[in-house]
Design a protein around this ligand. Structure first.
Ligand code: G16
Ligand code: MG
Length: 219
């Protein structure tokens, strides 16, 4: 049976996806590249560097390395200005209940995020203590859909990938979990996450019974 749970951060625990969207949209528009929700969907779970590369590709633009770095810094600055206004209220519905249930029942829990700002965000919303381990964008060299971030989480938790359950809101993240043969749970719009083993609109739909179903699931 399953022993460990790995949570993505953006779009699963907190809705920082909307902040990434605002900051990327402003950046893209400053380069005369159009940017809608549809493009944003493809950036979910994708690292900062890869995201900017994708935007430039969509706009058929090449820029100097210097400009590239300054755009990334500017995007992050704007993003953090939104993040720094976050509080407990920004935790998505049902997340705290699930984390409390997992903790009370001594399940292992890790964070597996592409974000280099993951620790800052967890601090802001007061969720640090729920995680036995945190793996974020500072610790991985291969971005999602590569499973490195989740495999590191399993290593730290001391469980086999097949005994891990991953909660993800992004196509790249579901792909990563599936590649590593973990149980993949899509959070959010099902049509975006067709490859997931399970799909839920959000954690409000997840109760103790659901958790047991996930634990007993064999891929
Ligand atoms: C997140 C977001 C991505 C973002 C990436 C890097 O991943 O989904 O949109 O580009 O992290 O974030 P940062 O710029 O803060 O390092 P996740 O894996 O938590 O969904
Ligand atoms: Mg995400």
């Amino acid at each position: 049976f399953k022993k460990a749970f790995i949570f993505d951060l953006d779009g699963v625990i907190v809705d920082t996806a909307k902040f990434h969207f605002l900051a990327w949209k402003n950046l893209a528009e400053s380069l005369n590249i159009s940017f809608s929700e549809e493009e944003n969907e493809q950036l979910k779970g994708v690292s900062r560097i890869n995201s900017l590369e994708k935007i430039l590709k969509w706009g058929n633009k090449t820029i100097s390395e210097e400009k590239f770095n300054s755009l990334m810094a500017k995007k992050n600055e704007e993003y953090l200005s939104y993040v720094d206004n976050m509080s407990k209220e920004d935790i998505l519905p049902g997340v705290l209940n699930t984390l409390e249930y997992l903790k009370e029942n001594n399940y292992q829990v890790a964070l597996g995020s592409a974000s280099k700002n993951a620790r800052r965000i967890l601090n802001k919303v007061g969720l640090n203590s729920y995680f036995d381990h945190i793996v974020d964008g500072n610790e991985v060299s291969k971005a999602k859909p590569d499973p490195e971030v989740f495999l590191k989480g399993c290593d730290l938790l001391g469980v086999e990938p097949k005994d891990a359950i991953v909660f993800e809101d992004s196509q790249a993240g579901i792909k990563a979990a599936n590649t590593a043969e973990m149980t993949s749970v899509g959070i959010g719009e099902e049509s975006n996450l067709k490859e997931a083993d399970f799909n839920f609109e959000g954690f409000s739909e997840i109760n103790q019974e659901t958790i047991q179903t996930l634990i007993n699931f064999k891929k």
